[in-house]
Design a protein around this ligand. Sequence first.
Ligand code: ADE
Ligand code: ZN
Length: 370
Amino acid sequence: MRGAPPCRGSSVTHSHSPYAPQHSPQGGLSAADFSKITALPKAELHVHLEGSIEPATVVALAARYGQQVEEAEVLARYRTADFPSFLDAYKWVTSYLRQPQDYALVARRLAEQLLAEGVVYAEVTLSAGVMLLRRQDPVANFQAIREATAPYVARGLRLQWIFDAVRQFGPAAAKEVAGCAVELRAEGVVAFGLGGDELALPASDFCEIYDFVAARGLGRLVHAGEIGGPQSVRDAVEQLGAQRIGHGIAAALDPGLLGWLAERSILLEICPTSNLRTGALLRHFGATLAQHPLPNLVRAGVPVSLSTDDPAMFETHLNLEYQMLGEIGLHVAEILRVAEAGFSGAFLPPAEKSALLATFHQRAKLLGLL
Ligand code: ADE
Ligand code: ZN
């Protein structure tokens, strides 16, 4: 492929709606174990900045542009139960991100939330594909995001960035995102990803772009096996060289694929509440979180990390996702393995990764979890 073109221009409360994350009152982690898990330093590898915008912030952003939006409307739009309505909500909320200062505001709020959750390391995904579609300058947006989050980095939150293209916008648009990601490598962009509608276009359409970013040292991520089937996960790894998969839950439908992923140490970034709210869980497994395949994935030896995906849209946060792991039947030792995988799977230089893992193990020991 020829060179890609340069770039253009605290805790959350949950309502008791049918769309809110489901919790079984019985079972799950004991209060003592949950508070220990909460006290662990954590990694968050799959969180979209654009999906982290709390309703009050959407109201404030809309007001900047002379539009009156009520929090109730935001919540109603956010409470999706299938993938098309999720994409609509995502499109709607991103329509209020118009200038670098809008990105700065939402980045500050996400960083605050991550620190409140005990996150010490995050790779935050930015929808550069959406920025380009709206004729914005991803470089200017990114510089604003970096400046806004610098105080949180100073407080101990290590942040790196993923530039995401949107699959249904096609390979030409994705190529432009890849060019931007490469341009910003020295500023903390560590990977290129592909999100959006997994069923819209095959992985093979994006081979050249993944070759381009791989040759330039960027990590490779693909949303796959979310609403697509097991073959979509295999294609992401075989054809695009994905090192981690966003979601990948459909892999649980194919035992052979599970072994294949385990052998290759391909990490699945699992986001249980997201799977419920996008309809991915219902599509492949059933309507309740109790039917989530996460325990099978972990027990098949596939590396699994835990994430929120779009925490504000799905009314979740990271510690709540950890609580759910207990509710869907994971033992404390398995939960610890999932938390550790967030650090092991990070796109970090080996020395830094080892240091974060050492701190994680030390804290787990102090808490009596190891
Ligand atoms: N972009 C943000 N969240 C996403 C998801 N769950 N699937 C695909 N693309 C996304
Ligand atoms: Zn995602």
